[in-house]
Design a protein. Structure first.
Length: 447
């Protein structure tokens, strides 16, 4: 399918000559003689590009351009004008014109401008698609009530410039929340820079955050730009902010208040234009009460607090997450996609997941790699998923997890047998079951 070009000009000779030349170049050409006609044609035909004359009766090219961009912002428009008019060119560019070509028209220049504009539009469409995929990849999965609340909070705060403090246990997806907020914000085209406050040594934190001049840091022979400078215009994500020392907290607070900083060893102030998103797995109120976190920094960061629920409080999402992780693991490891047996999912949903979503994802990936068949059975799951805190009598009464129950019982009995020198009678008495039951488990093991 050939690109379609709308030629808008009140001079019939120009319309005719451009139509013929562009048709010869393989374009589908549509024409309009004034701005009103052009706007109607755009709504009806949806051309790929507009060649728009600046001087026309009725509404001129500038007014027509305004209306085009109001309703079809992604449509590239190339302005055609008479002898050079700097003011007109500047105005058209500010309104979103891709290019401006002077009369008399040079067809080679026109073709180059059209091809450049179409390529630019294609790249913009690809970027929009990639951003959509990025947002999908960074979206919060699940439909449980806590996740619905979380999604609503993200949708509300993302378009604003407000600073955000994300709280939650390790593995709950705090970074995922931060990235989703950034991708849905007006700063999405600018970078999001991560800072793991727990991983940077105290001696290097100032250099990492603010950068340094050449020769200031031992072993460095060049100037280094810090995280705040790299994030300029975008977002800086201060992860595990609760692990930052009091000394560093004071330096961060000063920068946040003044919105400017200097590189280590430098004397020039650099202006800060970043959105701050911080995250912590600690109870900062307790940390403040114990003198380990500054009150003033807390209140500076805690503009919009967001709490990410642990997985044990959103177990309804486990089936959805498991399917996502099965697909991801199959793709990344080039494995055939595996499925969960009917009795396997209840085991995953009853477990409390102290490592949260990260623990579930790691387990699924491990199972995809290690399980030979296409179906992940209960006996493939690690024993600790069957709640070792409950006693064997409770486990033995779980009738909806036969395969899982037998696998766990064998593991449990084997450990007790080893502790009792493989004495079946002694072991049976110790754990409160009949010797026949232990013998049946041993027979299964041999089988």
């Amino acid at each position: 399918m050939f690109p379609s070009i709308l030629v808008v000009d009140d001079e019939p000779s120009i319309v005719q000559s451009l139509s013929g030349l562009l048709s010869d170049e393989g374009f589908d050409v549509i024409t309009a003689s004034n701005g009103y006609e052009a706007l109607k044609t755009i709504d009806a035909e949806l051309p790929d590009l507009v060649l728009l004359d600046i001087w026309m009766p009725g509404i001129d090219g500038i007014e027509t351009l305004k209306e085009i961009k109001k309703n079809h912002s992604a449509l590239p428009v190339i302005i055609i004008t008479g002898h050079g008019n700097v003011e007109t060119a500047v105005k058209a560019t500010k309104l979103g014109a891709y290019d401006l070509i002077e009369k008399p028209l040079n067809i080679d220049k026109v073709i180059v401008a059209i091809n450049n504009a179409l390529n630019f539009r294609r790249l913009e469409e690809e970027n929009r698609y990639l951003r959509k995929k990025t947002i999908e990849r960074h979206s919060i999965s699940g439909n449980s009530p806590p996740v619905q609340v979380l999604k609503q909070q993200i949708a509300t705060v993302a378009p604003t410039g407000s600073w955000v403090l994300i709280k939650g246990e390790n593995g709950t997806g705090k970074e995922l929340v931060a990235r989703t907020i950034h991708q849905l914000s007006p700063r999405a085209d600018a970078p999001m820079i991560d800072v793991n406050c727990a991983a940077i040594p105290e001696s290097l934190i100032e250099s990492e955050l603010f950068g340094h001049e050449k020769g200031v840091v031992p072993g460095s022979n060049s100037r280094k730009r810090g995280k705040f400078e790299l994030a300029n215009g975008g977002t800086i994500f201060l992860d595990e902010i609760g692990d930052m020392s009091l000394n560093t907290q004071a330096k961060i607070l000063r920068v946040l208040d003044e919105k400017k900083f200097q590189r280590v060893g430098g004397g020039r102030d650099l202006t800060m234009d970043v959105r701050i998103i911080a995250a912590t797995n600690k109870d900062l109120e307790t940390e403040m009460a114990n003198g380990r976190f500054r009150d003033d920094l807390y209140y500076r960061l805690n503009v919009v607090p967001i709490e990410v629920a642990p997985l044990r409080e959103r177990k309804d999402d486990i089936p959805v997450l498991a399917e996502i992780f099965l697909a991801e693991a199959a793709t990344s490891n080039r494995e055939k996609r595996k499925t969960l047996a009917a009795e396997t999912l209840p085991v995953l949903t009853q477990y409390n997941w102290p490592g949260n979503v990260r623990e579930l994802k790691n387990l699924i990936e491990r199972l995809v790699i290690m399980v030979q068949g296409d179906v992940i059975q209960c006996n493939h799951l690690p024993p600790h998923l069957f709640d070792p805190k409950t006693g064997p009598h409770e486990l033995f009464s779980i009738d909806h997890l036969d395969a899982a129950r037998r696998a766990f019982e064998r593991e449990y009995v084997n450990k007790k047998l080893a502790a009792n020198d493989n004495d079946v009678a002694k072991t049976a008495k110790a754990i409160g079951v009949k010797t026949a039951y232990i013998k049946s488990l041993l027979a299964e093991r041999k089988g």
